[in-house]
Design a protein around this ligand. Structure first.
Ligand SMILES: NC(=O)C1=CN([C@@H]2O[C@H](COP(=O)(O)OP(=O)(O)OC[C@H]3O[C@@H](n4cnc5c(N)ncnc54)[C@H](OP(=O)(O)O)[C@@H]3O)[C@@H](O)[C@H]2O)C=CC1
Ligand SMILES: O=C([O-])CC(=O)C(=O)O
Length: 441
């Protein structure tokens, strides 16, 4: 049971909210198990103790829990603890209703770029106030405060609330967007199955937390690697949220493919459209040059060098992340943040006529004949309402279909590795040879 659920809505002033894993676990030690007809109410007067009472036919016992642990922090941060009324100020009267956005791994590299883009208004628009809910861990709590301080000092008008926490059940309360970035990055010599297992646990837990406390229509963008299978784990642990709402970030791959096609054709990127990344965010991903266009023409009519398309281009996109790691010493962060912005904007603004975008989504009911029940990058269009439809008018040839089958096989094998995390029995991990993440070589 989430701590925030326990606080009556009348106490939703930023001054009275509480946070931290410790609060929740202390409370659950005192109060669990909860009987189905009980109601728990917790209040935390400012700078004081949490007072909880459990009411039911059987029990009526107020409980007091000390909160002296210095690690416990008020949920809001600094200037974001001020109360305000958007309707009271002339320039904010026309703004939309505030939306809650959770970001995990908020003290990490990608988030360090992304949070400032979210706060600036470039993602959700200039009339959309936002609340940022930053999820970290015990080890990153100080760093999270540092991030919040930088957000304060940036004076973003649209950024109306910032809160930090380490309990996903609290941080995800009522969120409309969950950007799940926090996960161990892969390292040299690391077994893929080990990475799946370590990070998979994170997404199983966060899926459960989203299921319990997030908005029922929350949109979830999984970035932490291996993002497709992590997204699958997350959605399987969140059965009350539509599976369609879960995305694995493959937009960075699409952007990389557009860049390479533009370079080869000698045009600027904005001339390249209809680029699909099929499958896994891994070296088996398939950048589709059959359906892609340059200046409205099929790529193959503009770039006649099929050998380049099938070999050099494809491999360059598949391994771009790894090459970057070798040069920079760590994985892409700024361009990943940019691609997260692109991915969200593609869902909240209408897709330009005739174009589409790639995102990793649940395959149930897909029109292509791709295996059901995995998260697979496919071409999508959106009306700009946060939802999307799969694009039907794409063509396949043998080359494209054979590659799609290979990335599909990899995802099916990854799924078996995490069966213990998706509620599908005992994990059996037998990954095909070519199953490394970009750069994991
Ligand atoms: N899908 C895509 O296109 C891309 C995905 N990625 C992936 O995004 C993820 C985040 O990358 P980035 O921000 O650069 O990474 P950072 O190392 O900068 O930050 C990752 C954060 O993840 C959290 N974390 C959770 N568990 C672990 C763990 N076991 N070991 C280390 N950190 C952990 C940490 O935060 P805390 O302590 O607060 O929990 C940490 O701050 C990685 O998995 C990376 O591989 C990267 C680029 C592209
Ligand atoms: O390979 C990594 O660890 C980072 C990543 O996903 C990418 O850059 O595409």
């Amino acid at each position: 049971m989430a701590m925030a659920e326990l606080i009556p809505s009348s106490s939703s002033s930023l001054y009275t909210k509480t946070t931290s894993l410790q609060y929740s676990s202390q409370l659950s030690n005192v109060l669990s198990p909860r009987l189905s007809n009980q109601r728990r109410v917790c209040l935390k007067p400012r700078n004081s103790t949490i007072v909880c009472s459990v009411t039911s036919k059987e029990v009526q016992a107020p409980v007091s829990v000390k909160t002296e642990d210095p690690k416990k922090k008020p949920e809001c941060y600094g200037v974001f603890c001020l109360t305000y009324d958007l309707k009271a100020e002339e320039e904010t009267k026309s703004w939309k209703k505030l939306i809650n956005i959770a970001v995990s791994g908020a003290a990490g590299m990608i988030s360090n770029h992304l949070l400032f883009k979210l706060a600036s208004g470039e993602v959700f628009g200039p009339d959309q106030p936002i609340a940022l809910k930053l999820l970290g861990s015990e080890r990153s709590l100080q760093a999270l405060e540092g991030v919040a301080m930088e957000l304060e000092d940036s004076l973003f008008p649209l950024l109306r609330e910032v809160s930090i926490g380490i309990d996903p059940y609290e941080v995800f309360q009522d969120v409309e967007w969950a950007l799940l970035i926090g996960a161990k990055p892969r390292g040299p010599g690391m077994e893929r199955a080990g990475l799946l297992d370590i990070n998979g646990q994170i997404f199983a837990e966060q899926g459960k937390a989203l299921n319990a406390v997030a908005s029922r229509n929350v949109k979830v963008m999984v970035v932490g690697n291996p993002c497709n299978t992590n997204a699958l784990i997350c959605l399987k642990n969140a059965p009350d949220i539509p599976a369609k709402n879960f995305h694995a970030l493959t937009r960075l791959d699409e952007n990389r493919a557009k860049c390479q096609l533009a370079l080869k054709a000698g045009v600027f990127y904005d001339k390249v459209s209809n680029v699909t990344i099929w499958g896994n965010h891994s070296t088996t991903q398939v950048p589709d040059f059959l359906n892609a266009k340059i200046d409205g023409l099929p790529v193959k009519e503009v770039i006649k060098d099929t050998k380049w398309l099938e070999e050099e281009f494809t491999q360059k996109v598949q391994t771009r992340g790894g090459v970057l790691i070798k040069k920079w010493g760590r994985s892409s962060a700024a361009s990943t943040a940019v691609s997260i912005v692109d991915a969200i904007r593609s869902l909240v603004t209408p897709t330009p006529e005739g174009d589409w975008f790639s995102t990793g989504v649940y395959t149930a009911g897909n029109p292509y004949g791709i295996a059901e029940d995995i998260v697979f990058s496919m071409p999508c269009r959106s009306k700009g309402d946060g939802d999307y439809e799969l694009v039907k008018d794409v063509i396949f040839d043998d080359y494209l279909w054979n590659r799609i089958k290979k990335t599909e096989a990899e995802l099916l094998a990854e799924k078996k590795c995490v069966a213990h995390l998706t509620g599908e029995g005992i994990a059996v991990c037998d990954l095909p040879g070519d199953t490394m993440l970009p750069g994991e070589m």
